[in-house]
Design a protein around this ligand. Sequence first.
Ligand code: NDP
Length: 339
Amino acid sequence: NKKVVLRHYVTGFPKESDFEVVTGETVSLKVPEGSGAVLVKNLYLSCDPYMRGRMTKHEDPSYVFDFTLGSAIVGYGVVRVVHSGKPNIAEGDLFWGMTGWEEYTLIENPESLFKIKYNDLPLSYYTGLLGMPGFTADVGFHEICSPQKGEYVFVSAASGAVGQLVGQFAKLMGCYVVGSAGSDEKVELLKNKLGFEEAFNYKKETDLKAALKRYFPEGIDIYFENVGGAMLDAVLANMRMNGRIAACGMISQYNLEKPEGVHNLFYLTTKRIRMQGFLVSDHYHKYPEFEDRVAQYVREGKIFYLEDIAEGLESAPAALIGLFSGRNVGKQLVAVSRE
Ligand code: NDP
């Protein structure tokens, strides 16, 4: 059972050498009698920024658990049941949810898995568009941002797993949407494939505040925050009265030993801005409605989803750490097995 393990806890930017792909012990393809567990084959694994938090040893409990050194790291994935100890789960059933970065995983609490409803769409979509990141975009935009038709929306990390959907949801609502991303290739995709009105390469801008002023001469109503740091400061200075900021994530801070300060927070007061954080995991009870609605959007050609698929467990460490340098173009995932 080949698996990806973390060799030691990480400080600063993670490196490929922090991980190792090892051939583990042979696994029994049967679940222990009476355990109520399921044995699954891992098909696709999802690379997600929050996994950075698991690579560090925390003294105080974090919102996610630290990885266990030497064991397969864990994350979201798409799995097929090989053997089931549960009467309501059959061999061959497909699920998405928490699994191990390895070929086969024994899942002791299969109640935590989501049954995959649609097989007319690519299964890999259940790591992104129809999985945790897609649902994050939906909850974050529709519920946290309280959008109105015609509003000015800015999305950072806009070509990524979450951002590309936020922009498309905003377009479907009739908003004006601008995204930032870290390469000219991504900027082209945002404008020409994903339907953003405008996009810019933040790495080429010396003055982010001035760049945002250029794209939003009348200011920003909604900011979907994925990166934090200097971008947040620049956005705060460009927000309109009664604007809303969904604090989804702040990837620019995850590898810093000392987070950067934010200087412009007083604009929250003077411009009556509502800035709200959220965690997608608090909203999963609403997932079934999302799955139906968004699957239908895809079938109708209303939503397009960019994926970046790395092949095989050997390529998984590089794919995962690539999130922190922007190597991924679209949703980063790893194909472990296609059958
Ligand atoms: P992405 O697919 O967008 O991948 C991460 C991207 O972040 C990279 O491709 C890179 O794109 C950008 N990035 C990396 N480092 C920096 C940096 N220093 N400054 C600016 N941009 C950077 O990831 P996701 O769409 O999966 O996640 C987006 C955000 O949403 C993250 O902050 C994540 O933690 C958060 N999140 C929050 C959830 C919640 O429940 N609140 C759930 C899921 C995700 P580029 O080339 O543009 O720099």
